[in-house]
Design a protein around this ligand. Structure first.
Ligand SMILES: NC(=O)C1=CN([C@@H]2O[C@H](COP(=O)(O)OP(=O)(O)OC[C@H]3O[C@@H](n4cnc5c(N)ncnc54)[C@H](OP(=O)(O)O)[C@@H]3O)[C@@H](O)[C@H]2O)C=CC1
Ligand SMILES: CC(=O)[C@@H](O)[C@H](O)COP(=O)(O)O
Ligand SMILES: [Mn+2]
Length: 364
């Protein structure tokens, strides 16, 4: 019998965290939990610790970072939301563990610092699109890739014009058509900022230039992304929308865990549709490509401004349509640091961007 994989789970109380524990609970012969970290939800964290027999617990960024340093694991799965995941991601990359990366923000904002720490095969994407691309890439070599095509559900406001987006509410923004996720990523799906972040994530994970990364709207969220190869073949990964599949691949690569997700049902008629992104109504993907190509601390500024904007939107202090203009205003007001940024420069840009965003929001 092979040893069980030791899993250290960050963000255990969230959407990714609880689904990761579902996969682990269903496969006790494959996995053991050696550490858990969360944010504010101490009660659920303790309940999870009791259920999985875990003694090593952490709350907040600093404790999560120390947990990663101190507890030996085979896989660190980072399911923290937002920029708070950056230090734990860096700590994980400095260990011998594989990093299962749901916390896309840490790679996106920390690019210049995180990328050099990423040994080949040591970062396994959990984000559904990037997991799909990684699965499709098994088919050919890097030189044979012509383009990556990320699918987007289009969010709850797909098909609406800018005018029709003027009065949308936080409750409407949280009604995602296909996925049940945490507040930040769900809101980012509604603005399409999530897809913009994912384009940068794809560029950093797969070393494909931005002009060869496309986004197509696919409302059913069954095709999770595609790779077009130089011979004209397009390989797509398809499965019902269920994060337990990409989570399981990050936990147990290169193995596929039987029955982790339901297969597609071919006994009833179904349609998979694809349509171009409406750039006029949802300009965030184009903006993210410019930000990603600029590099440096620009992605950190973009992300921090967005996080502040999303919180303000949910607090009733910012309109939905003002989220992306706010990000643009903050990008214009926070200067770029000179040279290749180190961790301090990234964190400083994050702080400056939050302050600038808060000032714009306060002015109303
Ligand atoms: N949910 C999904 O299906 C998908 C999520 N992702 C990505 O995965 C990540 C997590 O998303 P999701 O699970 O939806 O988010 P949730 O909001 O549901 O969960 C976030 C988790 O992070 C914890 N957390 C927040 N701040 C800290 C901190 N400073 N230190 C330690 N833990 C912290 C929260 O703890 P607490 O609740 O205790 O405060 C919670 O456990 C995001 O980057 C998201 O973009 C990507 C694809 C799909
Ligand atoms: C499940 C997942 O990976 C999310 O990041 C998802 O991509 C959100 O859906 P859309 O951003 O496509 O609406
Ligand atoms: Mn995604």
């Amino acid at each position: 019998m092979t040893a069980r994989r030791r899993i250290l789970l960050l963000g255990s109380t969230g959407s990714i965290g609880t689904q990761t524990l579902d996969v682990i609970a269903a496969n006790p012969d494959r996995f053991e939990v050696v550490g858990l970290a969360a944010g504010r939800n101490r009660a659920l964290l303790e309940q999870q610790a009791e259920r999985f027999g875990v003694r090593a617990l952490a709350q907040g960024t600093e404790e999560a970072e120390a947990l990663v340093r101190d507890v030996e694991a085979d896989v660190v799965l980072n399911g923290i939301t937002g920029a708070a995941g950056l230090r734990p991601t860096i700590a994980a990359l400095r260990t011998d563990a594989v990093l299962g990366l749901a916390n896309k923000e840490s790679l996106i904002i920390g690019g210049p610092v995180v990328k050099p720490l990423m040994a080949p095969g040591r970062v396994l994407p959990v984000d559904s699109e990037h997991s799909a691309i990684a699965q499709c890439l098994v088919s050919g070599s890097h030189d044979e890739v012509r383009r990556l095509v990320l699918t987007a559900s289009g969010g709850p406001f797909r098909g609406r014009s800018r005018d029709e987006l003027r009065s949308v509410t936080p409750a409407q923004a949280l009604a995602h058509p296909t996925w049940d996720m945490g507040l930040m990523v769900t809101t980012n799906s509604a603005t399409l900022v999530n897809k913009g972040l994912e384009v940068i994530e794809a560029h950093l994970l797969f070393d494909v230039p931005f002009e060869r990364i496309d986004v197509v709207v696919h409302p059913q969220s069954i095709v999770h992304s595609m790779v077009e190869f130089t011979d004209g073949a397009t390989i797509a990964q398809a499965s019902p929308p269920d994060m337990r599949l990409p989570i399981s691949l990050a936990l147990d690569a290169p193995h596929r865990i039987p029955h982790v997700g339901a297969p597609l049902d071919w006994t009833t008629a179904q349609s998979w549709t694809f349509e171009p992104l409406d750039d006029a109504a949802f300009p965030s993907v184009t903006l993210a490509k410019v930000v990603g190509a600029a590099g440096g601390t620009r992605p950190a500024v973009f992300n921090a401004a967005n996080e502040q904007a999303v919180h303000a939107f949910h607090a009733g202090r910012l309109a939905f349509l003002d989220i992306v203009p706010l990000i643009e205003a903050v990008l214009a007001s926070v200067p770029e640091a000179s040279g290749t940024p180190d961790l301090e420069a990234v964190l400083d840009a994050d702080r400056q961007a939050r302050a600038a965003a808060d000032a714009v929001i306060a002015r109303g």
